[in-house]
Design a protein around this ligand. Sequence first.
Ligand code: OXD
Ligand code: MN
Length: 591
Amino acid sequence: MTKQSNRGKNRALAQWVAEAAQLTKPDRIVWCDGSEEEKRRLTQEAIASGVLIALNQAKRPGCYLHRSNPNDVARSEHLTFICTPDKDDAGPTNNWAPPEETYAKLRGWLAGAMRGRTMYVVPYVMGPLKSPFSKVGVELTDSLYVALNMRIMTRMGQAALDLLGDGGEFNRGLHSILDLDPERRLICHFPQDNAVWSVGSGYGGNALLSKKCFALRIASYLGRAEGWLAEHMLILGLESPQGETTYIAAAFPSACGKTNLAMLLPPPAFKGWKVHTVGDDIAWLRVGPDGRLWAVNPEYGFFGVAPGTSTRSNPNAMKTVEHDTIFTNVAVTAEGDVWWEGMGFDPPKGLIDWRGQLWDPNSGKPAAHPNSRFTAPMTNNPVLSPKAEDPQGVPISAIIFGGRRASTVPLVMEASDWSQGVFFGASMGSETTAAATGQVGVVRRDPMAMLPFCGYNMVKYFEHWHQIASRLRNPPRIFQVNWFRKDREGAFLWPGYSENMRVLKWIVDRVKGRVGAEQTPIGLVPRKEDINLDGLEISAEQLRQATSIDPDEWRAELDQIEEYFKKLGADRLSDFQVRIEKARTALAKSG
Ligand code: OXD
Ligand code: MN
């Protein structure tokens, strides 16, 4: 077994690496330092072993393709467990398993699993390096793809060991792809130990342990204990032509356009307005000494969905992936460039599909996997916020909860206070997408877009949201949006993408007290005159439908929400019951 020297001084880390090596028996241990030299070396090794395929370096410098095992292309929610000593701590929405038995089972699977392989020790920091809110994690993995992706997604290497020092606390992530057999695949969280063990999958959300596992599931658990929130939210700054920037955090379920919104390029009618990206997926939110809510993005890169990304839907993402990007499961052109459905131009001849086969346009099958991805450094983003590295984060003025709903939920709606906003978030529903295995397109309740990511009891999580309010002297306003509402013929009522700027502007104007709204039984919605529609071809009727509250639909919606809360045991939260009753009474009055 060969070892490298730069192992840091942390004895607990050294001991844990030794224990993991004792169990998994790797041939080599490589401590990652995050250097350019290391990146070159690991990339060469990845190409030589077929883990990465070099794309056309003249067209896409520093870009590579990875093809997954076809059985391993999305998050496996049914194989994801929260292993707390008490089942109730995992709550009604998580799979639970007892910690000792689970460790024992995984130890059995992991015994000798890294024989013939290298164990990469990947130390990383979540959050800006000098931020008091940042946290250190170390992932031990036998996947070179994971090590290279972690280098993009986190502040990885020596800086993390330096921050950890001799005695600091860190998240312990142990990951092995084993043999990618779905029968021996589990993603297990042990929040009380600040540990994650993930085996049998190489897919981003299952295997890049910094992301969903640490920065959401474990961090949400830590956040409850420490008085802050870890959320599935993008963070953006919206700068007016006068130079005033307002920060917004927005929660959407996976593959519902968070990356597009975070990088939005305003339409021509919004001359002088700019969107700055702070983050596209995860926000760590804390109450500042000023009583405002402050947000940092713990990540350092973007793991975005490729299909549907185009110069129309997200020109800034297209620029972001021009270089130094790892693509996963996209199609490749004869010239060695990438292609995916919704990229904005027809598939060129001779396309190789995501499985590595010549693509037949008549096959009825997509060339790129619907959940194909790009991993790109955040510094590639031309509209990255100058505050993205600010150790204090940014002050949040508005929170948005958004889902994918063909009916019922209006384009945008404002809550009258924090508590109604928590109800908006907790009752959110959305149609499922390809980001997780399972049926696509069915409405499921996804509270705060955290259903797959809340690392503890969902009802306690709602209580935590309510409790945070007592420390917020200047709370953000809360909104709900739905870009995906359809008319009777099934056509989208709202054009979406860059036009969502119009909704963001209404939100900012509401926060600043500059614009009106109409009170409905469910929430406040903009009237036609409240939204800037310059340069947009949308009929008055279309906008009316997009923003309308249909009493029958809402009566049914409230019944479903009530039933869902009962199922969770959240009906004991009197606040939610009061909200439902109020809405029912208001609906009855409105006829
Ligand atoms: C993601 C997801 O990859 O939410 O961000 O699945
Ligand atoms: Mn996500």
